[in-house]
Ligand binder design. Structure first.
Ligand SMILES: [Zn+2]
Length: 190
């Protein structure tokens, strides 16, 4: 575990100066007035591998980092949004395609200064026509695996596309388990 603490000087709730405190053996910014503790800076991203007629949907990034690279559609999860809702929304916004999640096939964790976790879904094509989101996506299309291999594409993306052809289904949505919080969803091996 790194010693990183987010460099926030003030409490985002009450505005008092945060004090550097050791909590759970880790330096953290804690507010002396209210209960706020800065537990870290986390973000959650999702991507979707979507096959249709033996071709996979790719978008060309229209912005940096990675402008011009081809990748699977996806983006950040909004606060209060489930990961499954996020990937449905992102694919529709970026490409005009309606899809639904089938399973989780990969997870990339990056505990850097801003801790980011990226979850890759296998998606099912439902319908729609290709339409690139202005600004975000400079080009898009469906490609065979062989075509994907000759594009400028991150190894993480290509690896997930190749692995999506495995017989293993990955983590599947299990709606039979009653979870304590009604907002929770569970993905597991079944
Ligand atoms: Zn405070």
């Amino acid at each position: 575990m790194s010693d990183y603490t987010a460099p926030y000087l003030f409490c985002p709730i009450c505005g008092k100066s945060l004090q550097n405190s050791i909590i759970d053996n880790h330096p953290r910014g804690a507010c002396p007035e209210c209960a706020y503790i800065n537990w870290g800076d986390f973000s959650l991203g999702v991507g979707g591998v979507l096959w249709h007629n033996e071709k996979v949907l790719l978008v060309q990034r229209g912005y940096n980092p990675g402008k011009g690279m081809w990748t699977i559609p996806g983006g950040y999860v909004d606060h209060g949004e489930s990961i499954g809702e996020a990937i449905i929304r992102e694919i529709q916004e970026e490409t005009g395609i309606k899809a639904k999640p089938l399973s989780i096939i990969a997870l990339r964790d990056r505990p850097a200064e801003k801790h980011n976790t990226y979850i890759i879904f296998l998606m099912q094509f439902l319908g729609g026509n290709l339409q690139a989101q202005a600004g975000e996506v400079s080009d898009l299309g469906f490609f065979t695996l062989k075509e994907c291999q000759s594009l400028p594409i991150p190894s993480l993306t290509l690896g997930a596309i190749e692995a999506s052809q495995s017989v293993s289904k990955g983590l599947l949505l299990n709606s039979k388990v009653k979870l304590t919080c009604a907002l929770s969803t569970l993905y597991q091996i079944l």
